[in-house]
Design a protein around this ligand. Structure first.
Ligand SMILES: [Cu+2]
Length: 184
């Protein structure tokens, strides 16, 4: 049973606070400290710690297309994993499914796409080592004009629902959500 089910009011409050902090940080110019590949601006990078022996991990970011034409974001390589792919997770008939986005995520002009648990994520496959909370993993990302950028992802707790949040907060949605947390 999750802490949220026990203390729903307190948890809702904590979520509201963390969402407003994230919103505030983005408005406050998180992108200025971010990364750029072609017309794609990348910020709000984070990853989730993995248990010892885990085969794969997930990293997240926010990407905005500042250009006039659509662009695609894909992952080239990571220092922590043998493979690096963009995946999308979605729910079909209550079952969470994860699939690779082969050509990368398309981002329309002016559009912002938020990678997060339960949606888009960067799948780090065949991990060379566990992703440790407090450390940083690196991945090289590519826009479809060929420009590449190497991005640092600070590692948050195992199962963290958002950067800087405590582990376990993402289990509020019931069994389906809990499974999603295991799968990214
Ligand atoms: Cu995945």
């Amino acid at each position: 049973m999750s802490t949220c089910q026990l203390r729903r009011t307190a948890c809702a409050f904590a979520l509201a606070v963390s969402f407003s902090l994230i919103g505030g940080a983005m408005i406050g110019g998180a992108m200025a400290a971010g990364y750029k590949a072609g017309t794609l601006e990348i910020g709000q990078t984070w990853a989730r710690a993995t248990p010892k022996g885990a085969a794969s991990g997930a990293a997240y970011l926010t990407v905005t297309n500042t250009g006039q034409t659509p662009s695609r974001l894909s992952c080239v390589s990571s220092d922590a994993a043998a493979t690096c792919q963009i995946h999308h997770m979605s729910s079909h008939d209550g079952v969470m499914q994860m699939r690779p986005v082969a050509d990368g995520v398309q981002i329309k002009p002016g559009e912002t796409v938020v990678f997060k648990p339960g949606g888009y994520h960067i799948m780090l496959g065949a991990l060379k080592h566990a992703l440790q909370q407090g450390k940083t993993v690196e991945a090289t990302l590519k826009a479809d004009d060929g420009s590449q950028v190497t991005v640092q992802f600070p590692v948050a707790a195992i199962g963290a629902p958002a950067p800087g949040a405590a582990a376990g907060g993402g289990t509020m949605g019931g069994p389906g959500m809990m499974q999603m947390n295991k799968m990214h």
